[in-house]
Design a protein around this ligand. Sequence first.
Ligand SMILES: C[S@@+](CC[C@H](N)C(=O)[O-])C[C@H]1O[C@@H](n2cnc3c(N)ncnc32)[C@H](O)[C@@H]1O
Length: 421
Amino acid sequence: MTDPDKNARDQLVQSQYESYPYPERDPDDEKKRLIAGSPSNLFELNYYVFGGARDLSKPLKALVAGGGTGDAVIMLAQHMRDAGVPGEVVHLDLSGPSQAVAQARAKIRGLENIRFVTGSLLDIAEVAPGPWDYIDCCGVLHHLEDPDAGLTALAGQLAPDGGIGVMVYGEYGRTGVYHMQDMLRAIAPGGEMPDEDRVAMAKRLAENLPKTSWINRNGLIRDHVGGGDPGVYDLFLHSRDRAYTVPDIADFVTQAGLRLTSFIESYRYDPDWLVRDPRILKRLRDLDPIARASFAELFTGNLKKHIFYAVRDTNPVSLPGTDDPRVIPHLLNQSAEEAGKTLPPGGKITVTSEGLKTDMPVPALSRPIAALCDGKHSLAEIHAKIQEKRADLDYDAFKRQFDDLYRVMNAINRMVLRLPV
Ligand SMILES: C[S@@+](CC[C@H](N)C(=O)[O-])C[C@H]1O[C@@H](n2cnc3c(N)ncnc32)[C@H](O)[C@@H]1O
């Protein structure tokens, strides 16, 4: 029997994204910049889904499920065009107005490798059947009545070697959001008050909260400040959202017949980067990766969302290391020229994420190495170039420095590897 409350909530979610396409985007901004992020950077997904080994001259069949106003679809389609990767990216969403924004963005960029399908990801088998090489589902599953069913439906349409990039909310980092949602259910209930009045009430409440309220004590939730109404609505007035802890995600992925390949950015899930006290670290050393990631999440308390990649649980793919000199390092969302100028020449970099600063050591040759990581040169070729100026630097010495740099850059999601095909 259908649950009338569920149908009403489905209707509210759909009408929210029709009235407030989210995130708010102005198509004209495509003339100025490309919004790039995770998941779904082409080289990032090649690494975390295909072990860096996909033949990029083969057509890629990608689906963005709940594509919204188009951030992922635009980024991936643009990356594919820039890298000469054939294939198409399908944008699937319930909301026509959101798709209209994504369509306008694609038009301005002249992207012809995107197709739009209006419908629910729960009906993927009918409206957008696979097999898909890659599925992006960012900020969507946590809004479903049954997120497990949503992820399972998507997983069922993956190619045997395909994979998925997901973002869902993080429970601890969102402390305070659900207090706001509960208060607003009392003073601005959905279905009883016009949406504009509910948004106005949410802003009024946020402005009137004492500093002891959890949202203010959290301090990291700023999405409602200075942004437009869609942001306020999405954060505080959503008719349905839930948040996940690391163990929840492990269960979520497993029940869908999937296997997690990595969280992004991995250092935020790794106590070795976060915990300084050696005795605490020692106690954590032998825990399995999920227990360690769960500790890291509790330790920092600042993960507002979880981004991860997963493949079918029968897929044995593994993430490649740096031992093959033919491996090609790829910087993510940064040019080699920029990295070559901005990295310190040895010493440390300080990475800041959601209020937390983390120091990471980088090797003396970090600048010249990064400046050659243009996504075309292999480790052997980068070494040969560096040797033109540093004849004394043998491959092993170079490799040690590269590994030190890669360990940091991969952990902060600035570098991945690609294998020659
Ligand atoms: C928070 S937005 C995220 C948009 C986009 N993925 C991004 O990260 O920018 C959620 C989107 O999911 C869509 N959505 C919600 N439930 C859906 C469903 N069952 N099937 C397809 N799309 C859905 C909404 O219409 C909305 O555009």
